[in-house]
Design a protein around this ligand. Structure first.
Ligand code: MLC
Ligand code: AMP
Length: 514
């Protein structure tokens, strides 16, 4: 069997001189390529020493650190399955993921050990380790006893490499199963399409529990043997200060909005940079234009999903497939990446005419293999001829550019994080005194879009908006908490009795405008 393990490909791209710096952190640490190799070997040996069966899940909820990235690489290297979890998730959320994924190993921050380990052991997990951002914790202590040499596990392209939880209209999270082949094919395509070259340096300022920070950014740098400037948290001033030493930056639109608020952002300060990439949420034309005016750079917007890694991208250079066009266009997500088929279909499954709006469907080596233990859901989301229904609504113009105009899935994207109204509404509806609720996305100058909850109390009951928000805050990740809550007498409904969210969105559309 050919070796198609993703780590093997990333490792093969390390520079010949392993003493060069691979990662430089904001707290003054330098990791060489040799360090990455040896430390990931030790962690892989530790994981392998546990004697886990093939396909075992390694669930990880830890603060961002280089060691957390090394644990990801070690998991790939050992042929096991990585399951990253947002650090904002609280116990009910973690309980669901752990019960659903049944991980063999859970790694958490030491401050969360007592509650996370309880949940994990209850779900049958055998091993719970801690890992903190200051290079402490039982995981590293245990790994220190293992050899720094390791032979990468043999994997085929179809073997599972990671599970990313993402939600659906029902509000129940689904684990998207990504294979070594999905991720490697995408990393290789992006290396070429975005013109990665020798000497490129990436500023890594995103969280590492989602596709953007974990896969697009990390794979992009490693498969090009490029150094990363590793920021534990996004802080505009720190990012700006690093432009002079870097060439590539990736961010969700909120990061660009916040950087634009920095007086130091200029043609000069961004002069050393080669490429600014944005994605995970719509980039406003205003942000795109302001960025160009202030820095002289045209942001390259691309589009992807947890289920598919990257799907489309504006061109970096002339794209021969599209008549040599190379314009990066505001409001468009570009062309389907090489190898990706993208089509637009109507609700009844028919191809729409050129330029018409419909559901975006995709096929390609990057598209996931299905939802973890949800075969019916998987079947529902694929067409008979094997296209994945993204749930995004868009069109393709006469020049071949794809743009996204909306979503058929009820989803709010806030600062690049997904919030599923059905989940939040479920929690609100369970509160005493609540008859019904609706969560809608409303434009926001910083986060792009935020959730606003509109609630009806039960007859005779009195419930304060602050009580609802406080109650949610005690149970859910902070980014899911609606930014405002209104208790009203009734919700607008259509003749079928269904709540008309479009009317609520229109009613509250200016809530956060300056
Ligand atoms: C933080 N808060 C948010 C929020 N982030 N509210 C709504 N949406 C968000 N995204 C709230 C917190 O709840 C808190 O509220 C307050 O803001 C401050 O929290 P913080 O943690 O200090 O915020 P900050 O560090 O400023 O974080 C903002 C951010 C972060 C934009 C840097 O959200 C972020 O890193 N977003 C990137 C997400 C990402 O990587 N997405 C990629 C998904 S992959 P309070 O009330 O508690 O004070 C994907 C596929 C693809 O979609 O195509 O890439
Ligand atoms: P996730 O489930 O977190 O992977 O989110 C994927 C969703 O983010 C996609 O289905 C899109 O709705 C959205 N998305 C990603 N990139 C873009 C973009 N450039 N423009 C608009 N929406 C985007």
């Amino acid at each position: 069997m050919a070796q198609e393990n993703l780590f093997a490909a990333l490792r093969a791209a390390f520079p010949a001189n392993l003493d060069e710096i691979a990662v430089e952190t904001d707290n003054g640490l330098n990791y060489s390529w040799r360090d990455l190799d040896r430390a990931s070997a030790m962690l892989a040996n530790l994981l392998q020493s546990l004697g886990l069966p093939k396909g075992s899940r390694i669930a990880v909820q830890v603060e961002k650190s280089v060691e957390a990235m090394l644990l990801y690489l070690a998991t790939l290297r050992a042929g096991l399955v990585f399951l990253p979890l947002n650090t904002a998730y609280q116990s009910a959320e973690i309980e669901y993921f752990v019960a659903n994924a049944e991980p063999a190993v859970v790694v958490c921050s030491s401050k969360n050990f007592s509650w996370v380990s309880k949940i994990a052991f209850k779900a049958g997990t055998q091993h719970v380790f801690t890992l903190d951002e200051d290079r402490t914790g039982s995981l590293l202590q245990r790994a220190a006893h293992h050899s720094d040499r390791h032979t990468t596990a043999q994997n085929s392209a179809q073997d599972l490499a990671a599970i990313l939880y993402t939600s659906g209209t029902t509000g129940r999270s689904k684990g998207a199963m990504l294979t070594h082949g999905n991720m490697l094919s995408n990393a290789l395509v992006l290396k070429d399409y975005w013109g990665w070259k020798k000497g490129d340096v990436l500023i890594h300022a995103l969280p590492i529990f989602h596709v953007h920070g974990l896969f697009v950014a990390i794979h992009g740098a490693l498969i090009n043997g490029s150094k990363m400037i590793w920021l534990s948290k996004f802080e505009p001033k720190r990012v700006l200060a690093k432009f002079a030493e870097a060439t590539v930056f990736m961010g969700v639109p909120t990061l660009y909005v916040r950087l634009l608020a920095e007086p130091g952002l200029s043609v000069q300060s961004a002069g050393h940079m080669r490429l600014f990439i944005a994605g995970s949420a719509p980039l406003l034309t205003e942000t795109f234009t302001d960025w160009k005016t202030r820095t002289g750079h045209t942001i390259l917007e691309r589009y992807g999903m947890s289920e598919t890694v990257m799907l489309t991208s504006n061109p970096y250079a002339a794209d021969a497939r599209y008549g040599g066009q190379k314009e990066r266009r505001a409001g468009a997500v570009g062309f389907p990446l090489p190898g990706v088929q993208l089509r637009v279909q109507s609700d009844d499954g028919k191809a729409v005419a050129q330029g018409e709006i419909g559901g975006l469907q995709v096929k390609g080596p990057n598209v996931f293999s299905g939802y973890w233990r949800m075969p019916e859901k998987t079947q529902e989301e694929f067409t008979a001829d094997g296209f994945f229904k993204t749930g995004d609504v868009g069109k393709i113009d006469e020049r071949g550019y794809v743009s996204i105009v909306g979503r058929s899935k009820d989803l709010i994207i806030s600062g690049g994080y997904n919030v599923y109204p059905a989940e939040i509404e479920g929690y609100i509806n369970d509160m005493p005194g609540v008859a019904e609720s609706a969560l809608v996305g409303v434009a926001h100058p910083d986060f792009g879009e935020v959730g606003v909850a509109v609630v009806i109390a039960k007859s005779g009951a009195h419930i304060a908006p602050e009580t609802i928000l406080a109650n949610l805050k005690s149970q859910l990740a902070n980014f899911k908490i609606p930014k405002r809550c209104f208790v009203v007498d009734e919700l607008p409904r259509n003749t079928m009795g269904k709540v008309q969210k479009n009317l609520l969105r229109a009613q509250y559309k200016d809530l956060f405008s300056a």
